[in-house]
Design a protein around this ligand. Structure first.
Ligand code: MLT
Length: 407
């Protein structure tokens, strides 16, 4: 008898950014004269940098030449890219990661959704609340989370670690021991980042409890402060307890190009001594035919001296927006967080307004799109996220509009 995977029926509503897109489409249809500005989904607006474009053209030309044409890519990634990642992202920061522990993929979203597959369905997950929805949703699909409780907005088998202004948006060790701990730093959505000492405490906690940390470092290029680690492998002992996920989307603007990678150290084992590295390699081999050569050449260009300088300029461009938003909103009396080590501003809604009410208000009165904090989890209620990924012009116009609406 044909049956669907019933776990999917446990997913509450539609995916956050799909819900927002539908609301915005309806608004645009009803208000064709309005110019809508989106500081909602964290999508980049600046073109790819010259080195990346040059590498893309070069790779396309190679594909058109019978001497240099490439078919399937190696499913774990081309050596030239894995080596560049190892040298620049890890060895240069003193992290002991080898090229064959790096798995190149089509992006961090896929990896952060798929990585849970190599763990048993009985594993308990712990997530920050608020949280990037992919972590929880993918575990719901796998049947790991139990039932959804409408009134609490939580799944019965998930351990939630509230991150609010009261604890500086930093997760505290949970009462129950999780098997898998998702940590995103710099954080989406709160825009805050964990310091090295705190992350070291989490690494020690995970090693002591035989848990695995799934560390999402997609926003590491935005770190501006000393003492904030760019990789979890800067912490002692992380090789035995941490998987790290990275992206080229937010540093190099590859949201439409697609490229990322995941690091699974060979020392990482489950409680029976089975190495996770082999399982993830097997999963890649079966379900993935490798990120395209063209994209991987573009990724390697990000690590060239010119590429690095261009990427620094891109990051600075967006961080100017973060400052514009943060300063203007603070000036207008809003309480604002983030925006220093991350391209997200996390603000308290005025007068305790519900996050979705504030969303509607901004859309209807200012033709401005942001992301309601409650969409990231119950502890996000009363907060709102704006991205710094707009253009300078749109960002300036957006803050002007926010200041103008009467609340
Ligand atoms: C976001 O807006 O949270 C991100 O753009 C989503 C993503 O990277 O998938």
């Amino acid at each position: 008898m044909l049956k669907v995977n019933k776990n999917y029926l446990n997913l509450p509503g539609s995916y956050l950014f799909s819900t927002i897109a539908k609301k915005v489409a309806a608004y645009k249809e009803a208000n064709p004269d309005k110019v809508v500005i989106s500081l909602g989904i964290g999508d980049v607006t600046q073109p790819l940098s010259p080195s990346v474009i040059k590498a893309l053209h070069g790779a396309v030309d190679e594909m058109g030449d019978k001497e240099t044409f490439k078919g399937y890519a190696p499913d774990l990634g081309y050596e030239f890219l894995r080596t560049a990642i190892m040298e620049n992202d890890y060895k240069a920061r003193g992290c002991d990661i080898s090229a064959d522990e790096i798995f190149v993929s089509d992006g961090a979203k896929s990896d952060s959704g798929n990585i849970q597959e190599i763990f048993d369905v009985s594993c308990r997950i712990a997530v920050c609340d608020p949280v990037y929805p992919v972590y929880v949703d993918s575990n719901v699909m796998a049947g790991r989370t139990g039932l959804y409780n409408e009134s609490t907005g939580r799944f019965e088998n998930v351990i939630y670690m509230p991150c609010t202004a009261d604890n500086g948006f930093s997760p505290e060790f949970p009462g129950e021991t999780p098997d898998l701990i998702y940590i995103c730093s710099p954080n989406n959505p709160t825009g805050t980042a964990m310091g090295k000492d705190k992350l070291q405490e989490w690494v020690d906690y995970a090693n002591n409890n035989h848990s695995v940390i799934i560390y999402d470092a997609a926003y590491e290029a935005y770190i501006s402060e000393e003492g904030v680690p760019h990789s979890i492998y800067e912490c002692d002992g992380a090789r035995t307890c941490a998987i790290e996920i990275r992206s080229f989307s937010k540093n190099a603007g590859f949201t439409g190009v697609r490229l990322g990678f995941t690091v699974v150290p060979k020392d990482l084992k489950d409680s029976e001594g089975t190495a996770l590295h082999g399982l993830w390699a097997r999963r890649h081999g079966t379900k993935f035919n490798g990120a395209p050569y063209i994209q991987q050449k573009a990724g390697a260009a990000v690590y060239s001296p010119e590429g690095k300088a261009e990427i620094r300029a891109l990051v600075s461009y967006y961080m100017e927006n973060a400052k514009t938003i943060k300063d203007a909103l603070a000036d207008a009396g809003y309480t604002v967080y983030g925006g220093v080590n991350a391209p997200y501003i996390w603000l308290k809604t005025p007068d305790g307004m519900k996050s979705w009410d504030f969303f509607d208000r901004l859309l209807n009165d200012a033709a401005l799109v942001g992301t309601p904090g409650s969409g990231f989890g119950p502890s996000g209620e009363g907060y709102f996220r704006l991205t710094a990924f707009g253009t300078h012009e749109n960002t300036a116009e957006a803050v002007k509009r926010i200041k103008e609406i009467s609340l």
